[in-house]
Design a protein around this ligand. Structure first.
Ligand code: GDP
Ligand code: IMO
Ligand code: MG
Length: 445
């Protein structure tokens, strides 16, 4: 009998290569216009993400709904590796409805994804409080309960999304809540962490109401569904949240998020063989930003110059509104991130923003007077950075869509970055010149 060849699709991944907020949402939105993909899948993280999508004069910030939400025929998947903030999810679905995008019919939530409980954000805050009173530095979390939820996952007591449809949900919820309340009371009585019964009661009501709505959405085996689509020859885009430098294993621990942000986790966080992965798009900004605790070696030392970048780039967190610290492009960290992620294509955003006559680029880290070869265990071990200076290009490239029309300084900068990465198997493919999905030019086609 003649064998029918199995038609096979592929998965491409979009991952941040810095400390988050590189513009992943915008790049995903743009990639979808090429009609290569039939769906977008989140595989890790939760509502700590804030992915900005701009179209016309409208803006939508997605925290948990995948960034394909603005394109009508794209399926949206929330994989088993995600911790689901049900209140954010329901809110976003209704915001999108108001904007004219009915996503419920094309959104699929894994029954194996994990539920963020109404007490996880309280625990998140309590743990930050505890760190600070014990003389440790805060991680500067988003307060969305991400760390405590993943901790429960590892301790095998988390509630799965599929549990909300089963008869023992109430028992599981009561037991988990009792466990959490014991901790919260300990933080309150022993260390003075403040919370009120009323706050908790209100949070529970809101959460249970959102769960009622969640029950009406499509909860299913996303791993099975995505595998089915791939076998049908459809291609999927996996949407990374956070970034390599915030990876729980390879970021600057403990100043990291609580999931593996690396593309290697696509397989586990969606339930698909890694052999489907084809391209890995790494996203960076022409400079670097970071929000939250921990060291930031490339940070701009001149505070008024940092403020200029902050204002010009609107560098305020999409999730918490906190100002983002601004730094120079950090090629040492970037090479580390490319090595870990396997990124073969790079998007550089925010090339429209460049201030001062000369900009710096970090090319190395120093420890005790010596240049480091390997990325250090802790960033606080660094005693200095090696920098190089490049001519700036000001604001002249805003909205430019054609490589031929960019300023010579920007072209030199891109060639410089390319030369610094030339020994790696990676290409700069496109460069962002503004927040809209049309604001970019192709560099290497
Ligand atoms: P994400 O978390 O990686 O999706 O990024 P965020 O949405 O948190 O932050 C990126 C910010 O930069 C958003 O405000 C975007 O609208 C904006 N942005 C993205 N690309 C560009 C660009 O090329 N130029 C400018 N000026 N803004 C951009
Ligand atoms: P997107 O997907 C930037 C940071 C927090 C904090 C650390 C841990 O929009 O790029 P968490 O709440 O995850 O326990 O916080 O990680 N962080 C982000 N920084 N962009 C994000 O997401 C982030 N998600 C978490 O500021 O330092
Ligand atoms: Mg963001």
């Amino acid at each position: 009998m003649k064998k029918v060849k199995n038609k096979k699709g592929f998965i491409d991944v979009v991952v941040g290569l810095q400390w988050g907020d590189e513009g992943k949402g915008k790049n995903i939105d743009e990639l979808l216009l090429h009609k290569v993909y039939s769906g977008v899948a989140r595989f890790q993280g939760g509502a700590n993400a804030g992915h900005t999508l701009k179209y016309g004069n409208k803006t939508f910030i997605g925290h948990i709904v995948p960034s394909g939400c603005l394109q009508k025929n794209i399926e949206l998947y929330i994989g088993n590796g995600v911790v689901v903030d049900v209140i954010s999810l329901i809110k976003e679905i209704s915001e999108l409805k108001k904007l004219g995008f009915n996503v419920s019919s094309r959104l699929y939530i894994s029954n194996r994804a994990k539920l963020v409980s109404y007490l996880h954000p309280f625990l998140d805050r309590a743990e930050e409080f505890y760190r600070s009173i014990k003389g440790e530095k805060k991680v500067g979390t988003t307060g969305k309960g991400i760390g405590p939820t993943y901790a429960d996952v590892r301790a095998r007591r988390a509630i799965l999304i599929g549990d909300i449809l089963l008869p023992d949900f109430k028992v599981k919820e009561t037991n988990l809540s009792e466990f959490h309340i014991n901790f919260l009371n300990m933080y309150k009585k022993k260390y003075g962490f403040k919370f009120s019964e009323t706050e908790i009661r209100k949070a529970k009501i809101k959460w249970l109401n959102a769960i009622k709505k969640l029950k009406k959405l499509q909860i299913c085996d996303v791993s099975y569904l995505v595998q089915k689509r791939l076998k049908e020859g459809k291609n999927i885009l996996a949407e990374g949240a956070q970034a390599v430098m915030l990876d729980i294993d390879f970021g600057d621990y403990p100043n990291v998020t609580s999931s593996n942000t690396l593309p290697a986790n696509v397989s586990l966080g969606l339930g698909v063989p890694h052999t489907y992965i084809q391209n890995i798009y790494g996203v960076i900004k022409a400079y670097t930003t970071k929000v939250g605790g921990g060291d930031f070696p490339a940070r701009i030392k001149d505070t008024s110059l940092e403020k200029l970048f902050q204002n010009a780039g609107h560098e305020f967190g999409s999730t918490t509104g906190r100002p983002r610290m601004c730094g120079w492009l950090d090629l040492f960290a970037l090479r580390y991130a490319i090595g870990l992620s396997g990124a073969n294509k790079i998007f550089i955003n925010k090339a429209d923003i460049c201030l001062t006559n000369k900009i710096k680029v970090v090319t190395g880290y120093k420890h005790a007077g010596k240049n480091l070869e390997e990325f250090p265990l802790y960033l606080n071990q660094i005693t200095g950075v090696v920098t190089e200076e490049i001519l700036s290009w000001g604001y002249t490239n805003y909205g430019v869509r054609n490589k031929e029309k960019i300023s010579s300084e920007l072209a030199s900068y891109l060639k410089y970055v390319e030369s610094k990465l030339s020994d790696l198997d990676v290409k700069i493919v496109s460069v962002g010149t503004g927040p809209d999905r049309e604001h970019f030019f192709n560099w290497n086609d």
